[in-house]
Design a protein around this ligand. Sequence first.
Ligand SMILES: NC(=O)c1ccc[n+]([C@@H]2O[C@H](COP(=O)([O-])OP(=O)(O)OC[C@H]3O[C@@H](n4cnc5c(N)ncnc54)[C@H](O)[C@@H]3O)[C@@H](O)[C@H]2O)c1
Length: 352
Amino acid sequence: MARKFGIIGHGFMGHEHETMLTNFDGIEVTAISDIDPEQLRDVPEGIKAYQNASDLIRDPEVEVVLIAANNNQHKKLVIEAAEAGKQVLCEKPIALCLEDLDEMEAACKKAGVSFTVHQQRRFDVDFRTAKNVFDSGELGDLYVVKSGLYGFNGNMHDWHVFMDQGGGMLYDWGVHLIDQMLWMIPGKVTQVFANLRNVINKEVDDYFHIMLRFDSGLVAEIELGTYYLTDKPHHFERHWFLGGNKGSAYIDGFFPEGKIVHTDGLLKNVGGQRTMTAAGPTRSFGPPPEGKLILKDLPLADTKHSDYFVNYLKALDGKEDFLVKIPETRRVLRLMDAVRESAKTGKSVDFE
Ligand SMILES: NC(=O)c1ccc[n+]([C@@H]2O[C@H](COP(=O)([O-])OP(=O)(O)OC[C@H]3O[C@@H](n4cnc5c(N)ncnc54)[C@H](O)[C@@H]3O)[C@@H](O)[C@H]2O)c1
């Protein structure tokens, strides 16, 4: 029997969900809601359209309520859906603050319904390729993992420019980028240092640079720039760098290109070679001598966003745990608070 989904919010992400889930084995989209009647014009035949989300939530046919409305709507819609006894699946960010998340979780627990968040970027091919390299251990002891995402137009679209709607890049991609790091790297984050800026937007953040120090000594660095102008090819995409004492890996692009890079011996065995540069001679920062670097292909991941719903359905049937657990989302929100505090004070924040 297919699980019957109702989608609240038929904007960008609501349409993505509708397209993916109407063709998904084990799911039937039975209803869609949007407060804006324009967004209901293209609801496919056979799917009920409601302008009022409460009507969708009360519809006895709807079993799972998938919330894809503006960020500031998540709390009230999650609580209303839980109180109506529906399974609750919410878009990220799960909540705007920890207090809201506590209330939402309590409502779901009280009603005895499931509650998780749509963080399908755990299945991004670039991220999972980086995670494959990380998990393989072949880079030795890692000292740094960098994740970067860069765009050029700076202005965020629609409600994302308004603070009271839950706008800004930290609530947008920030949630995914932080979640990816925390899911990949084990151990405690002992300290957080961050720069969070409104570069060209008045109300909301559009640039951040976050450093997370783990108890292992590894530092994870996450940088996102929306107004990051350059004409370098391949720039407006995704970048990873993993550095360890036995090698490095670089991973560029959403469908990633890159290599794992080793050397044929430890650096102390490499004779100092004098290279003349425009900045004078150097023995440490010239190009590597011929044959010193050993390149390996990346262990490309074979993942797709629809994998998220494969897990979701199994978890609803009690066959697996939900991939994204509420304590993990709470940790991301807490970390975002630490980012804001560090950016405000200019100091690092003790974390875990
Ligand atoms: N997981 C992802 O990769 C991803 C990507 C994009 C957006 N999102 C999330 O999806 C959500 C929607 O973002 P978007 O970019 O699609 O925004 P959007 O503006 O394109 O769509 C939101 C829609 O919700 C409707 N809406 C607002 N309040 C409502 C209510 N109370 N009842 C019914 N409809 C309501 C709006 O009219 C709008 O059509 C956000 O939480 C966002 O963070 C997630």
